[in-house]
Design a protein around this ligand. Sequence first.
Ligand SMILES: C[S@@+](CC[C@H](N)C(=O)[O-])C[C@H]1O[C@@H](n2cnc3c(N)ncnc32)[C@H](O)[C@@H]1O
Length: 337
Amino acid sequence: MSVRSSIRRVLASTIGEQRVRRLGDVEWQARQQVASRVEPSDERTRVAAPGDGAAAERKARRARRAARRRRKLRESVAASEAAFNFEAPTMSRHDLLAALHANLAPRTYLEIGVRDGRSLTLSRATTIGVDPAFEVTSPVACDLRLVKATSDEFFAAADAREHFAGLPVDLAFIDGLHHAEFAYRDFFNTEAWCGPASVIVLDDVMPRTADEASRAGGDGVQAGDVFKAVEIIRERRPDLTVIPVNTRRTGMLVVLGVDPTSTVLRDRYDEVVARLESDDPQSVPDHVLRRTGAVDAAALAASPIWARLLELRDRGADRADVAAAIAEIGGPVTPRS
Ligand SMILES: C[S@@+](CC[C@H](N)C(=O)[O-])C[C@H]1O[C@@H](n2cnc3c(N)ncnc32)[C@H](O)[C@@H]1O
């Protein structure tokens, strides 16, 4: 048993387990804030290597920086494990996504943030993948349009939806730039393309530490501050069914009961943009760190809701029918507080 664990046991027997966990959280957040001041991110380091090899050199340096960040993050997460206070996840994000593909048999799939194609490889639907810097190495087995652009550029293009031939997006996975304002825009732009029975999934909504939530690491290596977009979506759109899911490593959000006609998030963007863009260090709420109310991924994957949504989609049901099905089925589909 480590020294840390021994101290933790002694403390727990005197002041109680709950207080020890809180102490762990406070200590961890304080350490992260100090660390980010002592050793600021080298994200903005400019590389001025002239000549033919400059691009390759820049790429190699970016890869080295990302590897350093990953190593640092692994160490920091391991060091703070004692402070985590949530059940061990039963599925990874790709496991849950695979289950949604299998259960929903989407006709169309939109993926924002493709990278090497490990999530794209799960799709058998007519698919659009969007990423300004994809390097797909996984096998792809779907009718695919791969768009090399940022999501904002993509949604602004006149022919963006053409590949779906008039169908709504049945399933969407938002996993692009992990900055809150980008995830928020990706969400409302995607919702506008949905039908009442569509499902939108956001990745990385439950960072485990303030460091993991940093915007400096929000380019895909870390969770970033997407959790702030979720807070605002919840506040502004109580009509949505928003289900946080305890997936490995940094949690997902599954959204049901979407409304493609709603303009609430888009119209009032200027009122929330300062909150979305707030600087590091991020203040991650306790309920996010503890995954309060997050449902078990395997239980959600096994819910009868997916068969019902498929049936509702096929008969062109409306939002009221979807809401009734969600209320009737309950279980992990009904968000807990
Ligand atoms: C976490 S990776 C995606 C991983 C992939 N979905 C998976 O699960 O295998 C995030 C990707 O988002 C891309 N990205 C960065 N900025 C973006 C933007 N503005 N719009 C869309 N994608 C973006 C990055 O190039 C990166 O490949």
